[in-house]
Design a protein around this ligand. Structure first.
Ligand code: NAI
Length: 352
């Protein structure tokens, strides 16, 4: 593991295997410099155990950067569970996962990610208190973080549209949304209600049909969605969508979406920049969900305050875009440097 490019001095990586339930999981704690490592739990069928490890390493580092950039008192961590999971085994498996999280004594706090629901979090909560994303109550945010993520992405898209197109509204702006899952569908709702025109794709035909009916979206094949002649491409499926080839040929002016680790390589980001395509750093624009989760963890989760905190994503991106346009560095480089410097400062403070 120590030789993997995805390894970045992670504080702790725990391999979990539970023979009784068949649970195989990896919990990666990248950094606790700013607070307990918080980040979702992903359930995915990986091609290999090493692919799962690389995913956990990359995603947990991304969470450190995301939490730092959102000014949250939390470090970065992530868990991956190797699927598939038989439905009849789900409860026992998430109980076993909850015990593993509990065993870390609060170093890691879990929440939802791809493939995992509020109901799974409620099961985990029977075994540990180090869990969030539980159902909210009247006037308090909680539960599924994805509407908050989608709102943050919409605010970020508005910021990108201002920077790249000199416009302060989304009326008639064309957006290609890749992936109509939890976040993608809420994002379509946010965008359509502001007059944006949507082009969509998902591997599940039912999700596509829903977006067509609800938002008048145009459906295209999953292989074509990133190449649409639109203003914005919003990757909301899995990571690595922006390959060097995609970056070199895509026709949008802006890449701004919810997926983690959108750039397959830094070179893909450099190609976007060379072609004048504005890239909104993923972990800055998609922080809405973790901002909600942080409110839930701290108990400061009055909905109005959480929404105001999510909306501050726009200002952060305005700043990054302005600095990039002045030639300081590329957008994702600026975000990395800012996040690294915040984490370094917190580490120093902790050590003092
Ligand atoms: P989800 O699993 O609900 O949705 C993903 C959707 O993408 C599914 O509908 C799936 O069918 C579709 N999909 C998969 N491969 C595809 C392809 N090649 N082309 C088109 N569609 C494809 O996941 P969720 O929660 O909506 O998350 C989406 C992305 O946003 C993930 O990368 C996740 O890590 C990231 N994210 C999610 C947050 C949240 O609050 N749920 C927070 C921050 C990031």
């Amino acid at each position: 593991m120590f030789d993997l490019p995805a390894y970045d001095g992670h504080e702790k990586v725990t391999m979990v295997e539970d023979a009784e339930t068949g649970l195989k999981a990896i919990i990666a704690v990248h950094s606790t410099a700013m607070g307990p490592a918080a980040g979702g739990c992903r359930l995915w069928s990986y091609d290999s155990d090493s692919a799962a490890l690389v995913d956990a390493l990359r995603l947990s580092k991304g969470m450190s950067y995301k939490n730092a950039m959102a000014d949250l008192p939390m470090g970065g961590g992530k868990a991956v569970i190797c699927g598939p999971v038989a439905p009849e085994n789900r409860v026992r498996l998430f109980e076993a996962f909850g015990r593993a999280v509990d065993g870390l004594g609060g170093q890691y706090i879990t929440a939802e990610d791809v493939g995992v629901s509020v109901a799974d979090m409620e099961i985990i909560a029977t075994q540990t208190r180090f869990v969030s994303g539980l159902a909210g109550s009247e006037g308090k945010s909680g539960g599924d973080p994805s509407p908050f993520t989608a709102r943050g992405v919409r605010v970020g898209i508005e910021s990108a549209v201002k920077a790249a197109m000199g416009r302060s509204d989304l009326d008639g702006v064309k957006v290609a949304v890749q992936g109509l899952g939890h976040v993608g569908m809420y994002l379509c709702e946010e965008l359509a209600s502001r007059g944006a025109q949507l082009v969509v794709a998902d591997i599940h035909a039912g999700r596509v049909a829903e977006a067509q009916v609800r938002f008048g979206a145009t459906a295209v094949h999953v292989d074509d969605i990133l190449m649409q002649e639109v203003d914005i491409v919003a990757p909301c499926a899995l990571g690595g969508a922006i390959t060097e080839n995609v970056a070199g040929h895509m026709r949008a002016r802006i890449v701004a979406g919810a997926a983690n680790n959108q750039l397959l390589t830094p070179e893909a980001g450099r190609i976007l920049a060379r072609r004048g395509i504005l890239y909104a750093p993923d972990y800055v624009i998609n922080a809405g969900g973790i901002i909600m989760v942080a409110g839930e963890i701290s108990g400061n989760n009055a909905e109005a305050e959480v929404l105001a905190a999510v909306d501050r994503i726009g200002g952060r991106l305005d700043d990054i875009f302005t600095r990039a346009q002045s030639g300081e560095a590329l957008t994702f480089e600026i975000a990395d440097l800012m996040a690294q410097s915040k984490i370094r400062a917190a580490r120093k403070l902790k050590a003092a």
